[in-house]
Design a protein around this ligand. Structure first.
Ligand code: GLN
Length: 314
């Protein structure tokens, strides 16, 4: 019988084109003006196996910004910097069921801490936990960590997207000032500096292939795919994967858990990082988003793959 990888190699081109047809059901994000230029019907995917195979298909030449996908890895870095106790003083562990930039429930978890680290309010709180003596040093530490995981020494942020977001981020600014008032951001945390770290990590520019490489490290429980060295402690990968399942696809996380059943994180530039633990790291890009802010074609393709190969964890 043909192996899963053989079937995948054979079928993926047709499945990708089928999913691409879904793109017209959505639109690239426009609330960050610079993201509006993205090609609406682009779709690309890279799948890397823990055995060293790799498949890259479709519009993988397209680079895009990580946006909310970066939150998974700043969470991990904050855990490495402060441990679980330090991190969970600032953010909770529960999904909200609300939009990613919602303010509705900020007062509901004691004492005014964001529900989880993957909504904007939570990720802004996490940005304040990244160690460094200046915002520039914090951003450089984030970059260095992401470069190692993506195996991409020249990874950097997209200056135009960074500026575009910073200039229009009235809502994120109000979330951050709210956090300051609630003392989630502390005396020494300058709100604008914390936001700068946040905007920069959201603007890190990446490709499907590099996204798949980051996912592969998670699929290996934090081990470097080449050397086997521990890049992330296993426990922190476990925490990140759990948040990806419960909150990774915003308020469509429950639906995605039922349809695909995989840890995944989406971003408003159209990227999705997903993994099949122990087996595959996956990076997808498709800039047209549905009303929940997830890539329409990307979600379609991941659900198809998971269904075909019975990848659901559940
Ligand atoms: N930088 C984006 C924002 O703060 C990230 C949001 C996202 O990808 N959902 O709005």
């Amino acid at each position: 019988a043909a192996s899963e990888w053989e079937i995948l190699t054979e079928q993926l081109p047709a499945w990708l084109e089928e999913s691409r047809l879904q793109s017209h059901k959505g639109h690239p994000a426009t609330y960050i003006p610079e993201l509006a230029h993205a090609p609406a019907d682009a779709l690309g995917i890279t799948i890397m196996s823990t055995e060293g195979q790799s498949l890259t298909l479709g519009d993988c030449g397209l680079s895009f910004t990580m946006q909310s996908i970066s939150k998974v890895f700043t969470l991990i870095l904050a855990l490495m910097d402060h441990g679980e106790e330090g991190v969970f003083r600032k953010v909770g562990m529960e999904p909200t069921g609300d939009d990613f930039n919602s303010m509705l429930k900020l007062e509901l978890v004691e004492p005014g801490i964001p529900f989880n680290p993957l909504i904007n309010a939570g990720a802004i709180a996490i940005s304040s936990l990244i160690r460094g003596t200046s915002p520039a040093e914090k951003s450089e530490r984030i970059l260095a960590f992401f470069r190692e995981l993506a195996d991409a020494p020249s990874l950097s942020w997209n200056e135009a997207v960074y500026r575009s977001e910073s200039a229009t981020a009235h809502r994120n600014r109000s979330l951050a000032y709210f956090l300051k008032d609630n003392r989630v951001l502390e005396e020494q945390d300058d709100v604008e500096e914390v936001l700068d770290v946040y905007f920069k990590h959201c603007s890190i520019e990446i490709t499907c292939r590099q996204l798949a490489r980051m996912a592969l490290v998670l699929a290996l429980n934090g081990k470097d795919p080449r050397s086997g060295r521990e890049l992330i402690p296993r426990r922190y990968v476990q925490i990140a994967k759990t948040f990806m399942v419960s909150c990774g696809m915003y308020n469509a996380s429950g639906e995605f858990a039922i349809r695909a059943g995989l840890p995944a994180k989406s971003g408003v530039a159209g990227g999705i990082l997903a993994l099949v633990p122990g087996r595959y790291g996956i990076g997808v890009v498709g800039p047209a988003l549905n009303d929940k802010g997830n890539s329409v074609a990307g979600v379609h393709l991941l659900e198809k793959l998971s269904g075909e190969f019975d990848w659901s964890l559940f």
